[in-house]
Design a protein around this ligand. Sequence first.
Ligand code: ARG
Length: 463
Amino acid sequence: MKLWGGRFEGQTDEAMERLGASLDVDWRLYEVDIRGSMAYARALSKVGILTTVECSEINEGLERILEEFRSDSFVVSPGDEDVHTAVERRLHELIGEVAGKLHTGRSRNDQVATDTRMYLSKQIVLLRGGLRSAQRAVVIQAGNHLDVIMPGYTHGQPAQPVLFAHWLLSYFWMLQRDVERLDELAERVSVSPLGAGALAGNAFGVDRAELARELGFAGISANSIDAVSDRDFIVEFLSWAALLGVHLSRLAADLVLWSSAEYGFVEIDEAYSTGSSIMPQKRNPDSMELVRGKAGRLIGNLMTVLATLKGLPASYNRDLQEDKPPLFDAIDTLFLILPVVVGVVETLRIRPERMRMALGDGMLATDLADYLVRRGVPFRESHRIVGEAIRRAEAANTSLRELALAEYQAISDAFSQDLYDVFNFERSVRSKNVPGGTAPSVVRKQLALARGILDGNSENTRQ
Ligand code: ARG
């Protein structure tokens, strides 16, 4: 049975059937599809297309089909091209001819767009929860290690000392922007296309606004042609997912590097590590490498949909069926990696002594230049003076801290004995006390701000 068999005499080629089939991908829309059909049946009965009895027959049939899907007893039939066809075919088997009235004024074009938006809206709520868990794990680890100082890097080179908590919290803010972006795009997902029909609208006067409300949408689309062709909401979501993937891959990159024997700043728990089949000593951070790797896949999904949409004429085109594999893959991928990221951060062991060992006096060179600035030396000049001190220390095979006062004073008379106070990593981080800096006093405030957001006490950030 084909939904469109009437005007055809011949059979569809078997290869064409295979190309067109999407049930293996879109079956997961069964629940939203059935809920949408139930609401649509009620809308049809309100405009007199279905009698109350017919409407209940259809709804009871649909309820049974929902049960069959849920209990895994739904039997797919060879002609079930997609989930919409499968449900309609089964409804016909269960309640007979009256099933044929359900599709009045509705097309699979507005149906599939409605289903996809409903499904995505539900997933967004769950994904938001996953993001919040990751943020919570970050905040707990940062709060537990507020006094740990580590080398901060730029260009991968030792730069200046920072608090470990400060570094970790940088990921809180990346994730916070991801939450905010998700909230914004969720509004644009929650627009109902139902009632757009194939492309021109619905000729039976169904109440689109009520349908939308009933299905949990925040609003309805303003143009039926746009309604069936718009996949911007998928592009936005995939772009969001790709960027989240990028953030997580950067966290992963840091943790892979820092858990290496050479750094040893952190230890990834055994639960998230694997061994080598040949090298017995190995403990590999596969969890983080896989998270980093999945970012490529998330970016690829965005590219797939953009490439599908590029150059498509307005309205529904069958190419649009290609939107769901990348969309579902992105959702599945995020549900795969988010719990691992949460687990890795929660169980991460921090090794302050290794971080301390990696701190060198060179990382205080800027502090030494700042010392001269406070004594009236222009910064460019003090930069040059400290550079010379470093050269002298290197030539004498010693460190800045060990270099004699006479040597310093030979370069500049702005130096005096108290220059040695600079060689103190605690003092260095304490001095960076502007808002957003790494001083413990302001990192504490940053942490409070982050906690406030998670507890819902922050005014300027949505909960
Ligand atoms: N499986 C199709 C999709 O995902 C449903 C819409 C098909 N519409 C049509 N006119 N063939 O896009």
